[in-house]
Design a protein around this ligand. Structure first.
Ligand code: GSH
Length: 220
């Protein structure tokens, strides 16, 4: 059985964007898998992998770290229900993966940074605050006064995707596919950890998110 090491917060909350992206890929392929909850402070659970981040996918013959590598490994090893229909779909997916990691998640982090401690408990609260404050060189509350500008910036950043969703229903076309799964974690993260008004309820991306959440929430 495939095991996915998955970031976990208070009340068993799963909130890691790349972990959600991988879970949607596993569901797409109808693969049986179990998740192994890993808290920020439980690095010993993943020490076998020689690094400190999740997702990690463990399989019969070993393990794979890092969501993009995991998704590629799944498609190479389970060719049924291909995630990448062709080389073009793989290239656009790689763009979405990089764009998310490099441009979208940093903006979203600023919007929700101060709320993340609310979904953590015990040692994880201090671990999160210490590591993130080192990274941003300041308090996690430092973006709080700019949240509405940051939300506007984010809504504009994702406007090309909004256009595609309005036209087709999903980024991949009329049915969800890898392009949607790679974009989903952004929103699952925000809606799991924050009460901010990231999207208006009449935004096509909001309705897209709700539709994909029905699939994602089957893993609960
Ligand atoms: N590029 C990596 C990102 C992995 C990553 O940053 N994982 C975070 C959770 S979203 C993590 O494990 N953080 C643990 C920590 O900060 O100690 C991927 O796509 O898998």
């Amino acid at each position: 059985m495939i095991k996915l090491y998955d970031l976990c917060g208070k009340n068993n909350l799963r909130f890691s964007p790349p972990c959600w992206n991988v879970k949607l890929c596993l569901i797409h392929k109808n693969l049986n898998f179990e998740t192994v909850p890993v808290r920020f402070s439980e690095k010993e659970k993943i020490s076998f992998s020689g690094q400190k981040l999740v997702p990690i996918l463990e399989h019969d013959k070993g393990f794979v770290c890092e969501s993009w590598k995991i998704i590629n490994w799944l498609d190479d090893n389970y060719p049924d229900k291909k995630l990448f229909k062709n080389e073009n779909s793989k290239n656009f997916s790689y763009f979405l993966y990089l764009w998310t990691a490099r441009q979208l998640l940093p903006v979203l982090f600023k919007i929700i940074a101060h709320e993340i401690p609310n979904v953590l408990e015990g040692e994880d609260v201090n671990y999160y605050i210490k590591t993130r404050e080192e990274r941003i060189k300041g308090p996690i509350t430092k973006f709080k006064t700019n949240i509405s500008e940051l939300i506007d910036e984010f809504r504009k950043l994702v406007s090309p995707i909004r256009k595609i969703i309005e036209k087709n229903g999903y980024i991949a076309g009329q049915k969800p596919g890898i392009e949607d799964y790679l974009f989903y974690g952004n929103f699952k993260w925000v809606y799991s950890c924050s009460s901010c008004n990231l999207l208006e309820t009449d935004d096509a991306i909001y309705n897209w998110f709700k539709a994909l959440s029905e699939i994602a929430d089957k893993t609960k």
